[in-house]
Design a binder for this molecule. Structure first.
Ligand SMILES: *[C@@H]1O[C@H](CO)[C@@H](O)[C@H](O)[C@H]1NC(C)=O
Ligand SMILES: *[C@@H]1O[C@H](CO)[C@@H](O)[C@H](O)[C@H]1NC(C)=O
Ligand SMILES: *[C@@H]1O[C@H](CO)[C@@H](O)[C@H](O)[C@H]1NC(C)=O
Ligand SMILES: [Zn+2]
Length: 478
């Protein structure tokens, strides 16, 4: 009886502690988030990709994923890091700009504009660190700024003039992340960025042999990453998610199509525009001068069959690109094949992104492997806002408010609960369940004890009958 009660007590006490947190069950899980910029969902179809194929067998492959609109680099990467649509996280463009001064800063300089990134949404690095984890980021857009005054444990921002396609450099970066950051420093979460196949896709087009060669380089790198994980003994603890920010689509010009040139549109004049962001591919934004909004809008709307023109407030809700003060009053985007030119055609890219996110050419790939994921599973498409809650779940951290849902991605996981952390509420629930269970056990023990006692009294045996008082003392901890 004493033994039973002690056991119950032990069970009860342990259930009030933290027996179900991630440190006491399986050892917690690490996560590496990798982005290969501009890797379209179907880039593995016309190239041999043995390492990506092996990864799909060992893990999960989504048919494709849907990025948020605008389908451009910094905004879509920040959605991966926050799980929020672009209008909700505020990094609405690759460019930093100031409408009062007319100043614009390109992509690289914008990486150093703290206030552009730190606009009220916390990226997963900071959330993870506030909950006791340690994180790192290498070249991922948004790595440099601090957020509410906090930064990753380690970060590496590429130098100003960086060769984004140097495979030797890629391997050095992988070594840094795998050997030093995960291996020696034992970090929990790292984001890692590669600038390809985006650049090659822009320069030569998505259907070019150059793009196919670059996909082979990505594939070799995936093999290198996975063997590095193995070499560092990380296979059982490290999850790897590989995805991208957007896809890539062919652009036509030089007489092949009727190009979109704003200055040539009747009734439209740049003298009616106070500030603009055009000549950046298929999307643009305009701030008309005071009182000129309707004039500008009427001139542009319907002016070209492949140019879409919206006032901010009439943007389709599904694009989630309106409800933010940084977004300018008129939003433009073109159909695939076309880019938006201001005064005359200055763009030379054969491939572009920034189109509507319903376009199949804008969809990135998604692969995942590791102890949290099922094996040899192909899943249907989902929006990339849902990657954030998935990552938080794997890391065992409580997410910030976001636009994603774990329900959308949890079927990719080995188990929704096994080896994963419970939040505080479920700890309490487990604790209460244990208490209830204990009470039932005590009740049964007491009842059977009394029955037994009656029986033994009846038969006159005095063995194994503890004094009544002792029984009571063992109940007091309840
Ligand atoms: C834009 O520049 C003006 C003038 O320097 C400044 O007052 C304003 O705060 C700036 N706005 C932003 C959003 O940086
Ligand atoms: C976000 O940036 C805008 C200026 O672009 C500023 O007015 C606003 O206060 C910022 N919000 C936060 C929460 O930082
Ligand atoms: C690639 O990077 C390696 C290692 O940093 C360097 O030694 C090499 O010169 C680079 N090659 C090119 C073509 O930039
Ligand atoms: Zn690009």
């Amino acid at each position: 009886m004493l033994w039973t009660a002690r056991l119950c007590l032990l069970f009860f006490v342990s259930s009030l502690g933290v027996p179900v947190d991630r440190y006491s069950t399986k050892g917690h899980q690490k996560l590496l988030l990798i982005s290969f910029d501009g890797f379209r969902w179907d880039y593995d179809r016309d190239v041999d990709t043995p390492n990506l194929d092996t990864m799909a067998k060992d893990g999960v492959k989504a048919r494709y994923v849907t990025p948020p609109f605008l389908t451009i680099t910094s905004p879509t990467h920040f959605t991966l890091l926050t799980g929020r649509y672009i209008e909700n996280h505020g990094v609405i463009h690759n460019m930093w700009f100031n409408i009062s001064t007319g100043e614009k800063q390109p992509y690289y300089a914008t990486q150093f504009k703290n206030e552009w990134w730190d606009n009220g949404s916390l990226p997963i690095w900071i959330t993870a660190q506030r909950q006791g984890l340690r994180t790192g980021s290498l070249h991922f857009p948004g790595t440099q700024p601090s957020y509410q005054g906090e930064s990753q444990t380690v970060k590496d921002v590429e130098p100003r003039f960086y060769n984004y396609k140097n495979e030797t450099k890629w391997r050095e970066n992988v070594d840094k992340v795998m050997d030093t950051w995960f291996g020696e420093m034992d970090l929990d979460f790292v984001s890692l960025y590669f600038g390809e196949p985006d650049s090659t896709g822009h320069k030569y087009g998505p259907d070019s042999p150059e793009r196919r060669e670059m996909v082979k380089q990505v594939d070799r790198t995936v093999g290198y990453i996975r063997s590095s994980a193995e070499r560092n003994g990380l296979t059982d603890s490290l999850n790897i998610i590989i995805t991208a920010d957007h896809g890539m689509s062919n652009v036509y010009r030089n007489g092949l199509v009727k190009e979109i040139i704003l200055s040539k549109i009747p009734g439209f004049s740049f003298s009616d525009i106070a500030f603009h962001l055009v000549d950046f591919g298929p999307s643009g934004m305009l701030l008309p001068r005071k009182g000129m909004l309707d004039t500008v809008y009427k001139a542009l709307k319907g002016a070209h069959p492949h140019l879409h023109v919206f006032k901010k407030e009439e943007m389709p809700k599904r694009l989630h690109f309106a409800n933010n003060n940084r977004i300018l009053p008129i939003i433009l985007f073109s159909d695939p094949g076309y880019v938006i030119n201001g005064f005359f055609p200055v763009q030379t890219h054969k491939g572009e992104h920034g189109f509507d996110n319903v376009e199949m050419d804008m969809k990135p790939f998604f692969r995942a492997v590791g102890p949290a994921f099922q094996k040899n599973l192909e899943v249907g498409p989902f929006e990339t806002v849902n990657i954030y809650p998935l990552m938080c779940h794997i890391l065992g951290i409580k997410p910030e408010p976001n636009d994603g849902h774990l329900d959308v991605t949890k079927h990719m996981l080995v188990s929704a609960t096994e080896g994963h952390p419970k939040d505080f509420k479920s700890n309490i629930f487990v604790g209460l369940a244990a208490v209830a269970g204990f009470l039932v056990v005590v009740f049964i023990v007491l009842v059977s004890f009394h029955v037994f006692k009656k029986k033994t009294n009846y038969t006159g045996s005095e063995k194994s009958v503890p004094p009544e008082s002792k029984e009571e003392t063992h109940q007091t901890p309840l």
